[in-house]
Design a protein around this ligand. Structure first.
Ligand code: DAT
Ligand code: MG
Length: 151
């Protein structure tokens, strides 16, 4: 029934700080399902295309250096309204403006160390999933919790 998917990445700061388990737990706790997961050091090409809409920004160079420093924990998550709900769970771009209870609000301070990425729309989710994953890396499975999460 619910096949919306989003791309989520724990950035190098989140990986170094040991936040992989806790961020994954929040998405699992909500009821979403993991479709793909890998740890990698992104190439410059990958990082630049991921953030291509920000190419003209003054912070673009620092952003690409930061992301390529790795490791990044790249994931695809699935479920009803997952794109918008994950953005809410993550919080605003600037952690200092995030509500407590959000991932960035609870774990971050600076905008350039905001721990986690989540796609912002259906079109960017599709683009980012294709950019970071081969189709055979996306696992087709039926989580047994579905009937207890969805009515
Ligand atoms: P988000 O990650 O919330 O989708 P975005 O797509 O506008 O935010 O920007 C991508 C990343 O770029 C963001 O997570 C951190 C960095 N960034 C954005 N605005 C910035 C700024 N004003 N100064 C420094 N880094 C910034
Ligand atoms: Mg964004």
């Amino acid at each position: 029934h619910c096949t919306e998917r989003t791309f989520v990445a724990i950035k190098p700061d989140g990986v170094h700080r040991g936040l992989i388990g806790r961020t994954i737990a929040r998405l699992e706790d909500k009821g979403y399902s993991l479709v793909a997961l890998k740890l990698l050091k992104p190439s410059r090409t990958l990082a630049e295309s991921h953030y291509e809409s920000l190419r003209s920004k003054p912070f673009f160079g620092d952003l690409v250096s930061f992301i390529t420093s790795g490791p990044v924990c790249a994931m695809v998550w699935e479920g009803k309204d997952v794109i918008g709900q994950v953005r809410k769970l993550i919080g605003n771009t600037d952690p200092l403006t995030c509500a407590p209870g959000t991932i960035r609000g609870d774990f971050g301070i600076d905008i350039g160390r905001n721990i986690i990425h989540g796609s912002d729309s259906i079109s960017s989710a599709e683009r980012e999933i294709q950019l970071w994953f081969h189709s055979e890396e996306l696992v087709d499975w039926n989580p047994s919790l579905h009937e207890w999460v969805y009515e």
